[in-house]
Design a protein around this ligand. Structure first.
Ligand code: ADP
Length: 196
């Protein structure tokens, strides 16, 4: 009883569990998130990505000290999500959303973050390609890059234990319903805390 009380107290102190959203580019993460943010105003927050706020040397040192949940390098720039950035969102009683690739997910698995892992996947590679083409945001070159990255991402995501909830985004409303179900308990906690 006492142990349960303490552990509930500690988890309430830490704030709501973050949500790690993964899935290949074009799977529908932004579309689903937009719906979520619209329906649940003031429940979700985003961590500030560490990128060009600090010098490369400072960031490398912080990464070495273990202050980052995940970090990656794209075209010569370092990006990452620091533990402090996520804690700042949790401290505001907001569910922190992290949009992270599978490699990042694997890194976060090694931390004590304890998020809800949601994997958004397209019904097929063909559908993914069609959606990316129809979105008209990519050149042929960047499209091919994204498709290649998607294949790698989808392969890694098949490894067992990497997600708590797997959502195949075929019908958008059905996919959204599943996302909501997966997060409902945490959303309710945020609302209860705000009203108490
Ligand atoms: P991501 O954020 O994962 O890269 P987007 O949310 O941008 O993906 O979705 C890619 C494209 O697919 C967008 O043009 C979006 O409108 C469309 N889309 C998303 N979900 C669906 C769906 N269930 N059915 C049809 N089109 C979709």
């Amino acid at each position: 009883m006492y142990v349960r009380f303490i552990s509930r107290f500690l988890s309430a102190m830490a704030g709501p569990r973050p949500v790690v959203m993964s899935g290949p580019s074009g799977a529908g993460k932004s579309t689903l998130l937009k719906k979520l943010l619209k329906e649940f105003d003031g429940v979700f927050g985003f961590s500030v990505s560490h990128y060009h706020y600090v010098t490369r040397e400072v960031m490398q040192a912080d990464v070495a000290k273990g202050e980052f949940l995940e970090n990656a390098e794209f075209s010569g720039n370092m990006y990452g999500t620091s533990k402090a950035a996520v804690q700042a969102v949790q401290a505001k009683n907001l569910i922190c959303i992290l949009d992270i690739d599978m490699q990042g997910v694997k890194n976060i698995k090694r931390t004590d973050l304890n998020p809800i892992y949601v994997s958004i996947q397209p019904p097929s590679m063909e559908t993914l390609e069609k959606r990316l083409r129809d979105r008209k945001t990519e050149s042929e070159e960047s499209l091919q890059k994204r498709l290649h990255a998607a294949k790698v991402d989808m392969e890694i995501s098949k490894e067992p234990g990497l997600s708590d909830v797997l959502i195949i985004n075929d019908d958008l409303d059905l996919a959204y319903g599943k996302l909501k179900d997966a997060l409902l308990e945490e959303i309710q906690k945020v609302r209860d805390t705000n009203n108490s």
